[in-house]
Write a protein that binds this ligand. Sequence first.
Ligand SMILES: Nc1ncnc2c1ncn2[C@@H]1O[C@H](COP(=O)(O)OP(=O)(O)OP(=O)(O)O)[C@@H](O)[C@H]1O
Length: 718
Amino acid sequence: MKTSTTNTAAPARKTMMVAGYTNERPHFPDLGNITEAREKRFLLDFCSEIAAARSRADLSRALRNGLKRIPSAGGFVVQQVQNDQTTTNFIYDESLETVDAALVRELATAKLPLRDGLQDRVLQSEIPLLFSVNTEIARGNDAPYLRIWKKAGINIVTGTALRTGDHQHGILWLGVADIDIPLLQGISAHVSIAMSNIIAHEELVRREREAAFLHAFSRDIAAIRTKADLQSAISHVLHNVLNIRLAVIRTIDEDGATLSPYLFDESMVGDQVEWFRSLIARKIDIHHPLSALVLQNDGPVVFNVSEEAAKGDEEPIVRFWESLGMEQAFGVPLRMGDTNIGTLWLLTNDVNMPVLNSICAQISIAISNMLANGKILAYKQQLENGSDYLREQIKTIYNFSGIVGSGAQMQKVYRLITQVAASSSTVLLTGETGTGKELIARAIHNASPRKNRLMVKVNCAALPPHLIESELFGHEKGAFTGAIDRRIGKFELAANSTLFLDEIGEMPLELQVKLLRVLQERELERVGGKATIKVDVRIIAATNRNLEAEVRAGRFRADLFYRLNVFPIHLPPLRERVEDIEPLANAFITKFSKHIGKRISGISAKVLKELKSYHWPGNVRELEHQVERAILLSEDATIREVHLPDRTRPENDDALPSAAFPQTLEQIEKSYIIEVLKRCGGKISGVGGAAEALEIPGTTLHSKMKKLGILKADYFNI
Ligand SMILES: Nc1ncnc2c1ncn2[C@@H]1O[C@H](COP(=O)(O)OP(=O)(O)OP(=O)(O)O)[C@@H](O)[C@H]1O
């Protein structure tokens, strides 16, 4: 046996037998005590057992049994050549575990570089090579398997390339000092065939398993209705089929410009959860280099983490991958047909690309179905809410079928409506209560390009402050107690239409900030939601308060006021457009006589005079109610009587007639308080209440009202 400092190679021979066995033994010594005939017998037995091997365990057993009959044999290892210039263990002799179990097991799962000065030489050689373990170690070769052989006390090992045709499957290492080269070649030829069969069989089993998983996955995914179920199905298939974990799925937002997180799994980020969450929470521009690359690619993109880090772009996500010790990260486009719907990110150092592709195709379908479902639900809700509006509109249609009034003041209002309607500019309608602000808001909407969608109205004074935010911006399920379902807000409902914010002066200060943000950025977040939603909404706001005074008093934000006051339209009080009173009264007679079912043809001159001289604190609404009441009470076809409150004024006289004037101080006080209460819409205390206007505490006003016998009917009877 030659154990020179270098390896000894046996020259290739032309006289090999079919099994690779020949009687000639030019370099290797005899096969111990096995005679030539027994050698043949041995090889036949050995090879038939190897040929029968269907699994790694079979092959291992066959090699172990065969080698038992070679006295100098000390163990075997078969390494498999991988595509990435490495080898991995295929089988090893379990008896080596008695030497150093931990090291053997470590090697069993390790990837060894192919070019280590030994493996590469064996694979390049046509014939088996013989190495001295001690010499290789002394030379500085630190291949870990040399340490095993050394610990096992084996100094001479032979390495034989395992090939079928041109394909290199691996290397057969034998710890044997004394073996006949043709016999070794015969053994290796059979091991090569067995190995390639086992690999093919394993591949087949793996594919069948994958196909079964994919089939189950597509079945499961078709039945999925919730995001949580989708997440668990995806995690399950990735873990079971690819043995990897999902990092995050991002979907492209409605605006088509950004990607938002859709699903993510923090189970693989260890104690870096907070960092991971902060990275995930961010919206990503679709042109961001890493995402753009994935979205432009047909299949998965492999990012080499150290190469990405070396670019010095200070990408936070790359630093994160580095911190997890990842060598590679995978970004996969999620697509339906030619349309990108998002990206899927995996943290793994290795992945089966074809399988990943088919999983991603299924995930794309599932996500796009879920997104479509979400949209359908939103549309459904929009339709439902829309039909409420429609009903409301139909119910009150007679109220805004036309604006009545042709006086100079209303002519000015009509001109302003015409100027602003076609644009999307914000309009601020001001004027006392009942002057027709809502009517004008609808007129602007109906004259605008948005007229085919319903105008959405929010009365900021009618909602409790804690509900206004959810009413305006919507909420996600569970956002607060009572949020049992997701609900879209009025802003989203008014998408591509007009949002009429009535009584804007009543909006609480804290909400004014949020409204300002939406008006500035045209995007909002639902209460309890993370996603930002773009909205194209035209705003018309209305108030009967003097907003400038409210700003000065610190009750209204100046910045919001300037945002709203883009195009102000002031509705004059009815007392300043007396010329409109008769046409308005006639219009209401037509409307109510039809509605009530009484044929009323007109108003007496006396009543008309009374109407024209009245102060109309409740403006057109008050006139409307007075006409309705008069029709109900009238006994013939002409209205001959109206019951106006005490504040009538004679024509051309600003002073009130003495008969109508209260006689005592108490009466003066009573009617003054009633007047103030009317102007404050019956609100007694709080912001905008009568007590505030009278500059007395709410409790004092209450007791005064009690003392003076002021009843609700006194100030609500307009
Ligand atoms: N010029 C008008 N022509 C016909 N009807 C009118 C006119 N102005 C107001 N009205 C009617 O008066 C009533 C009150 O009008 P509207 O609700 O638009 O007033 P407003 O200024 O918005 O009141 P508030 O400030 O109290 O909300 C409605 O029934 C409306 O149809």
